[in-house]
Write a protein that binds this ligand. Structure first.
Ligand code: CP
Length: 313
């Protein structure tokens, strides 16, 4: 099954059925990473370019591994050592990369809307690996896969997303994704970190951490993004951690079968304590494992063949 679109730019534009198809394809790809020889020939001859204008550990590595496990050729462009550092525009970079006939460009950029712009410049597929505070679709898909795997469903679950909502592309993509799949989403954080009008995205809003934790089936903690804060949005890191950091004491108010997610990288002792991040409710490393399967599914559904072929030998 191929997606009926050239690009994956955001979760907002996806229909529920498309999300479900990506998740079920990712489930079938998980098995490949458990094999001794972690490679299938499905995308042999395809070329993927990772174009990252911002730092990344999980997303970039995961897209590269996903491409290689599908036998595609993966090329990583580090902006600091490319001609972007000499002032080359996005359009020129795009046109020059396109001249080398890639099948897909995976892009991360600090400005919202860059993947959409890039898509207009090139005929190959474009995958958004995170644009400003806008969207991070592959992160939300791997989060949904992790929850579905653990809870058996998403429909009817209560998800609380806690932290710096204003700067979080992860929060936006997850609000779109989880609400489309029937979950009840609440966002929580200090008033200075929740932009007005969040309810329009279909979620509830609270500034009370106790309320956000109580009754949640899934708690998603967000990283405090120091690099995106132009002004100080809370008095001190210590104050933030006391009020909105998740530790064992606050977790006592959660359901017995709650699960904890965090997209990473984590600020230990700020938004999440080490005992929670490394504790029995945490699925943080499962999220990373699922990231490879989700990105294999994305490549497959944009560049590959049929759903049946995913059950390759
Ligand atoms: N979750 C995530 O996007 O991590 P990286 O910034 O390391 O890619």
């Amino acid at each position: 099954m191929r997606l009926k679109r050239k690009d994956l730019l955001g979760i907002e534009e996806l229909e529920r059925g498309e999300i479900e198809q990506i998740l079920s394809t990712a489930e079938s790809f998980k098995e490949v990473s458990a094999r001794e020889i972690k490679k299938v020939p499905t995308l042999r001859g395809k070329t993927v370019i990772n174009l990252f204008y911002e730092p990344s550990t999980r997303t970039r590595t995961s897209f590269e591994i996903a491409a290689k496990r599908m036998s595609a050729d993966a090329v990583n462009i580090s902006v600091s050592t490319s001609s972007v550092a000499k002032g080359e525009t996005l359009k020129d970079t795009a046109k020059n990369l396109e001249a080398m006939r890639p099948d897909c460009i995976v892009v991360r950029h600090l400005s919202s809307g860059t993947p959409q712009m890039l898509s207009k410049y090139v005929s190959c597929s474009v995958v958004n690996a995170g644009d400003g505070a806008h969207e991070h679709p592959s992160q939300a898909l791997l989060d949904m896969l992790t929850v579905k795997e653990k809870k058996g469903r998403i429909d009817g679950l209560k998800l609380s997303i806690i932290g710096d909502i204003t700067h979080s592309r992860v929060a936006r993509s997850n609000i779109y994704g989880f609400t489309k799949l029937g979950a009840e989403v609440t966002v929580c954080g200090p008033p200075t970190m929740i932009p007005p009008g969040m309810e329009r995205l279909g979620c509830s809003v609270t500034t009370d951490m106790t309320e956000a934790i109580r009754g949640a089936d899934v708690i998603m903690m967000l990283r405090i993004q120091m690099e995106r804060q132009k002004e100080s949005l809370f008095p001190s890191v210590r104050e933030y951690s006391r009020l909105y950091g998740l530790d064992d004491a606050k977790l006592k108010g959660a359901k017995d079968d709650v699960i904890i997610l965090h997209p990473g990288p984590i600020n230990r002792g700020v938004e999440i304590s080490s005992e929670v991040a490394d504790g029995p409710y945490s699925l943080i490393l499962d999220q990373v494992t699922n990231g490879v399967a989700v990105r294999m599914a994305i490549f497959y559904m944009l560049l590959g063949g049929t759903r049946e072929e995913a059950q390759f030998k």
